[in-house]
Ligand binder design. Structure first.
Ligand code: AMP
Ligand code: GLY
Length: 430
């Protein structure tokens, strides 16, 4: 029997999920809620409020959906997984409690402490006065984070007093984060190269899918404000075999065992944002979902069936699975609408004049025309036998797309090339 699937979300990550799932012959009907112009071409878009577990469950019951896959974190925080499981409906993602590894930065820090995992020193506080006292006692630099979800905007890396004041204005005077800033985390400011590791977890076992490096700032050379991510490549030369083993043994295993012992086993994708400090991996953050745009480079390299992995993970059978990846490198360039991450224009017509891999994000299809409908519009993907070739391929593909006000970074992957030339690698990646 073919399986009917519902994917929740509307970004490039969800387009990549749908694209990857469709490679499996076992997939029957595939729906995406709410989806985008790209998912509309390969799945059926459904206009649901994905933050309403009840609405999603009603759709699933009426349409004989066999498996629901959650893309973003917000429905997880709403407890959609607990809601489905109470009704015996198959869904892939962590419970509301286990999702706190992302939805409460303080929860994650405390779990990591219990597990003796390398992380920055931290201090928990509540008021602007606490922050000022911390500054007076400890000086700069340090990092201020709001505890709860903040759409990637709740982290303030403070190198100057001005940065501290800016954070205080944003958190307390402008109240930009609501309840998410009821508690504040102050962290030691670490220095090092960053990478992301993605694992699929079944509550007992886990498998690393791959590694990637994101480019979070809007401008070249990592300048300007933070965005959702302007491009990524996979795998990163920072992720040597020995590093991955170290992360498995010293981060994933203890954390997943601890969640299990608490009585809240973690089932879902667990994405660790790491910083290498003197060669040692320190946890900067956890996300309880796949990354965007990292999914758009990780899934095209995955040769195992994504459906099988997720299905096995829902049955605690991941131990039997093997992760098979292509030995190519992939790069994705995010094409944004000028002005993003601040105000930007929508409604422009998009011209794509070739056949290559492109995952849609902020697009909508209107009478067969693809139209800009968000800040991050498209994710163009390129491949190569090494990072240089993959970067060249991705930028060659970018030339085949046009829309008014198209903006993209010109240096995606460049940092990865410097690791190679600086010979940061301790051993080979194979
Ligand atoms: P996060 O949303 O927690 O990933 O933080 C966003 C970015 O802030 C990270 O990718 C890092 O570049 C930076 N950052 C967060 N925490 C720290 C820290 N303790 N030390 C240095 N940089 C940090
Ligand atoms: N690319 C960063 C994230 O998905 O949170």
């Amino acid at each position: 029997m073919k399986k009917n699937i519902l994917v929740l979300g509307s970004g490039g990550r969800e387009h990549a999920f749908v694209w990857s799932l469709l490679k499996d012959q076992k997939i029957g009907k595939i729906y995406c809620a709410p989806g985008n112009g790209g998912t509309q071409d390969i799945a059926k878009n459904i206009n649901l409020d994905i933050n309403s577990p009840k609405q999603v469950l009603n759709f699933v019951k009426k349409n004989n959906i066999d498996l629901t896959i959650v893309g973003p974190e917000a429905p997880l925080e709403k407890g959609i997984v607990d809601y489905f499981e109470n009704e015996n409906k198959l869904i892939f993602g962590p419970s509301k409690f286990a999702s706190q590894l992302e939805t409460s930065k303080i929860f994650a820090r405390e779990v990591l402490n219990k597990c003796n995992v390398n992380q920055p020193n931290f201090y928990i506080c509540h008021t602007s006065k606490d922050i000022k006292n911390y500054y007076e006692k400890n000086g700069l630099p340090f990092v201020i984070k709001v505890d709860g979800l903040a759409a990637g905007k709740g982290v303030f890396v403070c190198h100057e007093l001005n940065d501290v004041n800016h954070a205080i204005v944003s958190i307390f005077d402008e109240n930009n984060f609501g309840k998410s800033s009821n508690k504040i985390l102050i962290e030691e400011c670490l220095k090092g190269e960053e990478l992301s590791i993605f694992a699929i977890c079944d509550g007992k076992n886990f498998k690393v899918l791959n590694t990637a490096q994101d480019h979070k700032r809007i401008f070249d050379n990592d300048l300007g404000p933070n965005t959702g991510g302007m491009g990524a490549y996979s795998p990163t030369p920072l992720s040597t075999v020995s590093l991955i083993t170290e992360v498995e043994e010293e981060i994933y295993k203890p954390v997943l065992n601890y969640m299990n012992a608490l009585g809240f086993p973690f089932k879902g994708f667990l994405y660790a944002g790491l910083m290498l400090v003197d060669g040692k991996p320190f946890v900067i953050e956890f996300n309880v979902r796949m990354g965007d745009p990292e999914t758009q480079v990780v899934l095209p390299l995955l040769q195992s069936s994504l459906y099988d992995l997720i299905y096995k993970a829902t049955r605690q059978e991941l131990d039997d699975c093997k992760i098979k990846n292509s030995d190519k490198t992939s790069v994705t360039i995010v094409l944004a609408s000028n002005g993003y991450p601040n105000e930007y224009k929508k409604g422009q017509k998009i011209l794509i004049d070739d056949d290559f891999l492109v995952f849609h994000a902020g697009t909508i299809k209107n009478k067969n025309r693809m139209i800009v409908n968000g800040g991050r519009v498209l994710n163009v993907v390129g491949f190569g036998n090494d990072l240089d070739d993959a970067i060249a391929d991705a930028y060659e593909n970018v030339k085949k797309i046009q829309f008014e006000g198209m903006y993209f970074r010109k240096d995606i992957g460049k940092k990865g090339l410097t690791y190679k030339s600086k010979n940061i690698l301790e051993d080979k990646n194979d």
